[in-house]
Design a protein around this ligand. Structure first.
Ligand code: AMP
Ligand code: MG
Length: 317
C-alpha cells in the first residue's frame, strides 16, 4: 500500500498500533517502528531477515529528545549534531536506561539521528515515541531510494509512505566515541573530510574489528543479485564480456557503447553528490535487467567518491 504525504494520519495510526511501515528519509527509505514496542521491533527484524545482533538507528525530530535516549553526550558529538542535524549523520552514544535491548542488540550504546525529510519530520512530531528505522530492504540487498524500490521488495506486505526520491541516496555516516575520541564506523552521505573540518581528525574503525559494531561494515552488503565486478577501467574487463549481456555502471562519461546492453552514468557532469544520489537507483535498474554481469567503474577516490567506492566494494564481494 502506498500512502501519499497527505496521508500522515494513516501512518501515525499504523505506528501507534505497534505495526511497521516504510518511511522516506534523505538517505534511503527506512523500515520504521516504535522503539518502545517489542512487537514492532521484532517485526522489523523479521521482515528484513536481519540478524538480531545488528542494532538499529533511533530516529528523533528534535535535539531535546536526545536526553531521553542517551546517558552521555560528548562535546564533539554535540558539535556534530548542531552542525549536521537534521541530516545524514548518525551518532553512537552511551545509551540511557529507557532504550530497549532489542533496539541496540544488547549493546550499551545506541545509534541516533534526526533525518532531514519534511514528511518524516512531520510524522515524528505527531508521535509520542521515537522510531527505529533500518533501511527498508531485505538483509544484504541494495538499499531502497524510492517508494517503488521498497514496494518491489515487500509488495503488499508493507505500507510505504511516499516521500519521493531520496536526495542523498546512500546511508548516513556513523560516528561513535571512545571516551571523547571520535571513531568513524561507517562512511556515508557526509565525507570524512567534511566531518574533520569540524572536529579534527577521526579514526577509522579498522575493518577486522568493524563487523560486530556496525553491520553496515559487513563485507557483503548492499549487493545486487547479478554478478558484479569492480574495476578502475571497464576496458580492462573486455576479455570477460564477449558474447555476454553486460551492464556498465560508470561515474561519468558516455552512455552509448555497443559493447554494453545498458550503461548507467551516475553523473554526466562529474559531480560526486549527484553520483551518490543516483548510485542505488542505477544498481536497482541494472539488477532488474536480467544481465549476465554488471561491470562497475570506481569513482574518483576523494570526498563522497570514497563512500561510493565503499558501497561498490561491498556490492562486488
Ligand atoms: P541500517 O539502518 O540498515 O543502515 O543499519 C544501521 C547501522 O547502524 C548498522 O551498520 C548498525 O550496525 C549501526 N549501528 C546501530 N547501532 C549501533 C551501535 N550501538 N554501535 C555501532 N553501530 C551501530
Ligand atoms: Mg541497511
Amino acid at each position: 500500500m502506498l500512502l501519499g504525504p497527505d496521508e500522515l494520519e494513516k501512518a501515525v495510526a499504523i505506528l501507534k498500533k505497534n505495526d511497521v511501515l516504510a518511511i522516506p528519509t534523505e538517505t534511503v527509505y527506512g523500515l520504521a517502528g516504535n522503539i518502545y514496542s517489542e512487537e514492532a521491533i521484532a517485526k522489523i527484524f523479521e521482515l528484513k531477515k536481519r540478524p538480531l545482533n545488528n542494532p538499529l538507528i533511533v530516529h528523533l525530530h528534535k535535539m531535546e529528545q536526545v536526553h531521553e535516549i542517551v546517558a552521555e553526550f560528548p562535546s564533539k558529538a554535540k558539535l556534530l549534531a548542531e552542525q549536521f542535524w537534521p541530516g545524514p549523520l548518525t551518532l553512537v552514544l552511551k545509551k540511557g536506561n529507557n532504550v530497549p535491548d532489542l533496539v541496540t542488540a544488547g549493546k550499551d550504546t545506541v545509534a541516533i539521528r534526526i533525518p532531514d525529510h519534511p514528511v518524516t519530520l512531520a510524522l515524528l512530531e505527531k508521535l509520542p515515541f521515537p522510531i527505529a528505522a533500518p533501511s527498508a530492504n531485505p538483509f544484504n540487498r541494495i538499499s531502497p531510494t524510492s517508494a517503488e524500490h521498497v514496494h518491489g521488495y515487500f509488495q503488499n506486505t508493507l505500507a510505504v509512505l511516499d516521500g519521493g526520491a531520496c536526495k542523498k541516496g546512500i546511508e548516513s555516516t556513523i560516528i561513535g566515541f571512545e571516551g571523547e575520541e571520535p571513531i568513524l564506523y561507517r562512511l556515508g552521505s557526509i565525507s570524512k573530510e567534511t566531518i574533520e573540518e569540524l572536529i579534527g581528525e577521526v579514526r577509522v574503525q579498522n575493518k577486522a574489528k568493524a563487523a560486530p559494531n556496525a553491520p553496515g561494515m559487513l563485507k557483503k552488503h548492499y549487493a545486487p543479485t547479478t554478478k558484479t565486478y569492480l574495476t578502475d577501467n571497464a576496458q580492462e574487463m573486455a576479455y570477460m564480456t564477449e558474447g555476454k549481456k553486460v551492464g556498465l555502471l560508470r561515474f561519468t562519461g558516455r552512455s552509448e557503447d555497443p559493447n554494453y546492453r545498458h550503461i548507467e552514468v551516475l553523473s554526466p557532469s562529474g559531480d560526486l553528490a549527484e553520483a551518490t544520489a543516483n548510485l542505488y537507483g542505477a544498481l536497482h535498474r541494472l539488477d532488474s535487467m536480467k544481465l549476465d554481469m554488471i561491470i562497475a567503474e570506481r569513482a574518483p577516490h576523494i570526498g563522497l567518491g570514497v563512500s561510493i567506492n565503499d558501497r561498490l566494494e561491498r556490492a562486488t564481494q
